[in-house]
Each structure stands twice: as structure tokens, then as C-alpha cells.
Design a protein around this ligand. Structure first.
Ligand code: ZN
Length: 142
């Protein structure tokens, strides 16, 4: 089987693969719990606002903050799912911009990272966009 784009080979087989799959699954279940409690809180606060017609301004502010957090968490959840897919596909731990392996220490700290540290710096200078020779606009971590 040939890879269409990358010659880079993942080192994530055997024990390392198991380690990172568990890391990602743990991260995902704690995120799902967080998202669930955030959306529950959001529903509760909108019900209360309707019943009491209390300080609507600050309640809106709280809800906006919750929705913002929710979208941040949602984005991270998508990244974790992508990471789990790439782990299964044998492409995990490869930088999406330069096809080089991402440092193991970086992945242990942030198992859903899709960029090596060099490319992350490049993207930051580039307003988060991929370099010119890539049209990959898929989400990356912050
Ligand atoms: Zn890179």
C-alpha cells in the first residue's frame, strides 16, 4: 500500500500506539464530560433568565462565554477525533505541514497536536494559515 502524499512513517505502532490511543481516549472522555456540563449550565441559565427576567445583560454575557468555551472544546474534540483516525491509519505524529515526525514530548503534552513546533511557529507568523504550498485548512491546535 502506497501513501499518496507522504514518505514519512509513523513510529506509533505497538506499545506507543496503545499509549497514545489511551491518552487520546482519556482526553476525549473528559472533554465530552466538560462539554456536557457546559451545555447543561447554558440551558439552566437560559431557563432562569426566562422565568425571572433578571439582569439579562450579564446573563447573555455568561451564555456567550459558555458558547465560546463550548466551541473551543468542540474544536479540540474534532482534533482528538482526527488524531485517533490518524493513529488507526498509521499517520499519527506526522506534521501536517512538513511531513516530519512531531517530537514525542510535544505529543505527550498535547496528543492532538498536528504540527511540529517549527511549523507551529511559522503558522503563528502567518495568522494561522498554512504555508503557500499547502492548501490544507483543516483545524490545528492553538
Ligand atoms: Zn512541521
Amino acid at each position: 500500500m502506497r501513501k499518496s502524499r507522504s514518505q514519512a512513517k509513523t513510529v506509533f505502532t505497538g506499545e506507543l500506539m496503545t499509549e497514545f490511543r489511551e491518552l487520546l481516549l482519556r482526553e476525549r472522555s473528559s472533554l465530552v464530560r466538560q462539554i456536557k456540563s457546559l451545555s447543561d449550565a447554558s440551558l439552566t441559565s437560559s431557563r432562569q433568565a426566562g422565568e425571572e427576567l433578571a439582569d439579562v445583560g450579564s446573563d447573555d454575557f455568561i451564555r456567550e462565554t459558555e458558547l465560546y468555551l463550548l466551541s473551543e472544546e468542540g474544536r479540540r474534540l474534532a482534533l482528538i477525533n482526527l488524531a485517533l483516525e490518524s493513529l488507526a491509519a498509521g499517520t499519527y505524529g506526522i506534521c501536517v505541514d512538513c511531513d516530519k515526525p512531531i517530537a514525542l514530548g510535544r505529543l505527550r503534552a498535547k496528543p492532538y497536536a498536528r504540527l511540529c513546533i517549527d511549523c507551529k511557529v511559522v503558522r503563528e507568523k502567518n495568522d494561522g494559515a498554512a504555508p503557500d504550498d499547502r492548501d490544507d485548512d483543516s483545524p490545528v491546535e492553538d
